[in-house]
Design a protein around this ligand. Structure first.
Ligand code: IMP
Ligand code: MG
Length: 185
């Protein structure tokens, strides 16, 4: 696997910036849901690092569950309008305060489909918390209640976000120089 340093254009969000912003989000969520309980739903796999750091900063009772989705068609770096659930929840969302936790909202198709699906299961409340918001790329209007960082229209990796499934483990968010990245055959 190619060393990320050979195609890292810049570090967009440092480890320290992630830590302090996530702590602030955790405080905000704790404040908003005082006296309530929460179900955090993480969309696999990109949201996992964010979820596990975020829940340590929330001090209301909470449960977590996971979903996986894949989008049909187009290239590996574009999501299409159609999203298929590949792993569904284990728990019921009915009557629960649900926060959908995502790594990044790009076109908005993924999160819009998941929101539509979950809404049919009658949660008490349902909001989105995303670490990154690539706002310029939005094609579908999605309500984002909690947002870590708004970022420019660049392909990013690290801290849960992959390039062809690798580099999720890096503790920062970096920008890919697509001229220097060489996909394996
Ligand atoms: P959307 O459906 O276009 O909003 O795409 C959302 C999904 O695309 C995210 O959950 C990511 O898995 C992936 N994605 C979008 N932009 C990036 C990026 O810059 N780096 C890595 N993955 C991305
Ligand atoms: Mg991905």
């Amino acid at each position: 696997m190619q060393d990320y340093r050979t195609f890292l254009a810049e570090v967009l969000v440092t480890r320290e910036q992630l830590q302090s912003r996530i702590a602030a989000l955790g405080r905000e969520i704790s404040h908003d849901y005082q006296g309530e309980e929460l179900l955090l739903i993480c969309i696999l796999r990109g949201g996992v690092l964010f979820l596990t750091d975020l829940i340590r900063e929330i001090d209301v009772p909470l449960a977590v569950d996971f979903m996986a989705v894949s989008s049909y068609g187009s290239g590996a770096r574009e999501s299409s309008g159609q999203v298929r659930i590949t792993l569904d929840l284990n728990t019921s969302v009915e009557g629960k305060n649900v926060i959908l936790v995502e790594d990044i909202v790009d076109s908005g198709h993924t999160i819009a489909s998941v929101l539509d699906l979950l809404a049919t299961r009658h949660p008490k409340s349902l909001v989105v918390c995303t670490l990154l918001d690539k706002a310029e790329r939005r094609e579908e209007d999605v309500p984002i209640k909690y947002r870590g960082f708004t970022i420019p229209n660049k392909f990013v990796f690290g801290y849960g976000l992959d390039i062809d499934e690798y580099y999720r483990n890096l503790p920062f968010v970096g920008v890919v120089d697509l001229e220097k990245y060489r996909p394996e055959e």
